[in-house]
Design a protein around this ligand. Structure first.
Ligand code: ZN
Length: 144
């Protein structure tokens, strides 16, 4: 993310805004659920221009969700999974959202269906939008 020129980052931010708004709603919902249920574990912080909702009860345990410039983690963003920090994987989805904009979610669902047809998980490495982020080092796309 640091290597993207500022003008492209601003345009990408605006293009990804619909995704970011949905991510914000989910992230804030997690904070509210956390307070209502008196868990007091959820937290919010910003890193590299991205809003990180950590220890969120709004998503499935041990999972993470990236919607534009909002990342929601069931655990910590810096936790190492599959050889890299979880945030590094999710940053690749933010770059995808900067390119695909409002089409990110429908394309992600379509790619999930492709993964299912290939005998994999819709959120696993056989999803073309997960192949790059699961690579080491993580990258946005399935190609170099
Ligand atoms: Zn992913």
């Amino acid at each position: 993310m640091e290597r993207i020129p500022i003008l492209l980052k601003i345009l990408g931010f605006l293009w990804a805004l619909p995704n970011t708004i949905i991510g914000f709603v989910i992230g804030i919902s997690g904070l509210l659920i956390d307070r209502i249920t008196k868990r007091h574990k959820a937290k919010i912080r910003f890193a590299g221009g991205i809003c990180l909702f950590e220890r969120s009860p709004a998503i499935v345990q041990n999972s993470a969700l990236s919607l534009g410039f909002a990342h929601i983690y069931a655990r910590e963003a810096d936790e190492i999974l599959n050889g890299c920090p979880c945030k590094t994987h999710e940053d690749q989805h933010t770059i995808q959202a900067m390119v695909l904009g409002p089409f990110f979610l429908p394309i992600y669902v379509l790619c999930g269906l492709i993964a299912l047809c290939r005998g994999g998980s819709p959120i696993g490495i056989k999803n073309p939008l997960e192949t790059g982020p699961y690579s080491l080092p993580p990258r946005p796309w399935w190609f170099d």
